[in-house]
Design a protein around this ligand. Sequence first.
Ligand code: UFG
Length: 335
Amino acid sequence: MVLLTGGAGYIGSHTCIELINSGYDVLIADDFSNSKPEAVRRLEEITGRKIPLVNIDVADKEAVEKLFNENEIDAVVHFAGYKAVGESVQFPLKYYRNNIDTALTILETMERHDVHNFIFSSSATVYGIPESVPLHEEMKTGCTNPYGFTKLMIEQILRDAAFANPKLSVVLLRYFNPIGAHESGRIGEDPNGIPNNLLPFITQVAVGKLPELGVFGNDYNTHDGTGVRDYIHVVDLAKGHVAAIGYAKENKGCEVFNLGTGTGYSVLDIVKAFEKVNNLKIPYTIKERRPGDIDECYADPKKAREKLHWTAEKTIEDMCRDSWNWQSHNQNGYE
Ligand code: UFG
């Protein structure tokens, strides 16, 4: 059975479906601090399966111990963690405490129970300000905010743990920019409050909840001056986790993989693609740069292709269509 910490969240919920489709039994642990129980209900509707769910904080050692005592867990995908860059600058201790504590608690409990497969949700943010693109896994790391540092620190903790315990298999997955939603339109990204990220902002403008998009800067060193990112369909990303579990079962030690498409799109490329595929108009104005943003960030996806036998397949049109399909059918997310 695969334990998904934070399994009710955006990436966790999509991964849950792909794991079930691949024949895995799953168990979700989530404290719903940034997700909704309704997401799990819909996962059951989509998969036609009862999905075991425990409402716990995975930093709670006793609760996690009980979970491992009561279930036959043989792999963990650790999604749970705070993820808002701006908030992490404001409340760094909250981020360090929560993100590091949850990872350590899971890892210590796994060791006690002889569970050896750990898949970690890392982020392309660990590359900091890239010296060049595309980014490959051996490039130097460095962060610009506490959120990013928690990811980098947990990567280091896991590397050290795998070095010390030869039975351990750790896969570090560096996500680029996940967007889109399950094709059913029943699950998707449901951020609290005003979205920080581009796609949820665009879809909330499209649905009329926000008046217009602010484009953060048009003087970057990119083809049209707006920031370039590697947007990846969340279902492709979810399938990357299935591949990572397979890899962990076959290989000991610690490996790191980029999960991206290898293609960069600018903010205005995304706005145009979204407008075209959904036949909508997204009003926008150019604003100041957002502090901490970089010009360009996209993956070299070769290592994941060769070693995980995984490649992103969906197009930018698929991503824009599925994001809108989710938002337009769920104007207030899961509420
Ligand atoms: N952007 C806007 N307007 C908005 C929101 C975003 O113009 O309202 C622009 C940004 O300036 C950037 C691009 O859209 O150029 C993407 O911004 P996002 O906030 O969607 O994503 P980021 O690339 O900034 O951050 C994402 C994740 C982080 C992660 C990082 C890793 O949100 O958690 O990728 O690369 F750390």
